[in-house]
Design a protein around this ligand. Structure first.
Ligand code: S3P
Length: 423
């Protein structure tokens, strides 16, 4: 396979986290919320299906999504078990909302999500007075929720997780008194930014976010910025394929999400942010990337939540960097759609890289040539796309089993890849 420089420009799909929230908050608002550049990935479609099952009318065409909100107290009891598919964001955020509704509900999803930890939301929601149980007693889905009157709490979360924070804050919208969540490090703050736009009273200070009970939310116009987590694949490829120069248009660069830019710059990358702007309350920019050589770095601490979903592709970049890269404080990677530490270590090793798995990350000695291998994606979209990037850079594409799982967050990934390579 020839190694073709990546040239020109690309607009990546809308941000997944923001797309989910637009459906959820739009459903709880009064009036019609209009969303453009919505991510049509399977995860966000699961969120739409769940809210439709609770009586919300949601229209969708190729340009926009219209959510005819039911108001804060307008959801109807679902007649079926709510299917969250592969989506942790759907299951965890929705649990926060459902815990406060005047009806009972059940949530389930695919084989991957039924293995992911739900105690992390069950614990704080129960402290608020919620009745939420893991049907099989495993701390995982299926979850059974009997809606209750909730009380506000101050919760010290043991993990920096926007899904946990958001579940508690959303329950807090319906609770008596103020609800606040303190995290070890700040996680993505899309819930806080967007809820404020919808009229909720939310305060953020340091690593604490607080919400006051809401009377009403009001419909919004939302233009979703491109997902930096999707941009990450082309950003990495363009940095490492000699001769590349790529403009990634209208990408969200919220400081709680831009860790990959900070880390790549530390590694020596040539990345320029152009036309920085506001996109419905979220910072966005065009990102110009030019190829160059990278060196190893240390990644840990407060930056981890700001690049958690990008660590698989950052691990790929580290294989092509000069020297050693150490990733630590990233044990959360083990409880994503797959155990991303184990799966990345296994696949990169099969491709010839020098990678060591640690308790909370990886140690990667860069500079070894990579080659073809057979990679099992474990149906984890970020694993499939990361190994596609590894193949693109080394010019020897691996066979990626289950690669169609990219539909979760980036249905057009392979089409975009082909288009960029044909220029
Ligand atoms: C997300 C939060 C993160 C992230 C996930 C999306 C969100 O998960 O990995 O892809 O939309 O809130 P955690 O909250 O579990 O860290």
């Amino acid at each position: 396979m020839n190694i073709t420089p990546l040239k020109g420009e690309i607009t990546v799909p809308g941000d997944k986290s923001i797309s989910h929230r637009s459906i959820m908050f739009g459903s709880l608002a009064k009036g019609t919320t209009r969303v453009t550049h919505f991510l049509e990935g399977a995860d966000c479609l699961s969120t739409i299906d769940c809210f439709r099952s609770m009586g919300v009318s949601i229209e969708k065409n190729e340009h926009e999504v219209l959510i005819h909100g039911k108001g804060l107290h307008g959801l109807k009891a679902p007649q079926t078990i709510l299917d969250c598919g592969n989506s942790g964001t759907t299951m965890r955020l929705l649990s926060g909302i459902l815990a406060a509704q005047p009806f009972s509900s059940e949530l389930t999803g695919d084989a991957s999500i039924r293995k992911r930890p739900m105690k992390r939301i069950m614990t704080p929601l129960s402290l608020m007075g919620a009745d939420i149980e893991s049907r099989d007693g495993t701390g995982c889905a299926p979850l059974k929720i009997r809606g209750k009157r909730l009380q506000g709490i101050r919760y010290d979360s043991p993990v920096a997780s926007a899904q946990v924070k958001s579940a508690v804050l959303l329950a807090g919208l319906f609770a008596d008194g103020v609800t606040s969540v303190t995290e070890p490090y700040v996680s993505r703050n899309h819930t806080e930014l967007m809820l404020r736009g919808f009229g909720a009273r939310i305060a953020s200070e340091g690593t604490t976010a607080s919400v006051f009970p809401a009377e009403e939310l009001f419909a919004q116009e939302i233009s979703v910025p491109g997902d930096i987590s999707s941009a990450a694949y082309f950003l990495t490829a363009a940095l490492l394929i000699p001769g590349s120069s790529l403009l990634l248009k209208n990408v969200g660069v919220n400081p709680t999400r831009d860790g990959i830019l900070r880390v790549f710059r530390n590694m020596g990358a040539d990345i320029t942010l152009m036309d920085q702007r506001d996109c419905s309350g979220e910072p966005a920019a065009d990102i110009l990337v030019r190829a160059g050589s990278l060196h190893g770095t240390e990644i840990g601490g407060a930056v981890i939540p700001a690049l958690i979903d990008e660590l698989p592709v950052i691990a790929v970049a580290a294989c092509f960097a000069e020297g050693t890269t150490v990733i630590r404080d990233a044990a959360e990677l083990k409880v994503k759609e797959s155990n991303r530490i184990a799966v990345m270590t296994e696949g990169l090793t099969a491709m010839g890289a020098d990678v060591e798995e640690t308790e909370d990350g990886m140690i990667i000695h860069g500079g070894r040539p990579l080659h073809h291998a057979v990679i099992d994606s474990r149906l984890d979209h970020r694993i499939a796309m990361s190994f596609s990037v590894a193949g693109l850079i080394c010019g020897d594409m691996p066979e990626i089993r289950g690669r169609e799982c990219v539909r979760i967050s980036y249905p057009e990934f392979y089409a975009d890849l082909d288009r960029l390579m044909r220029r």
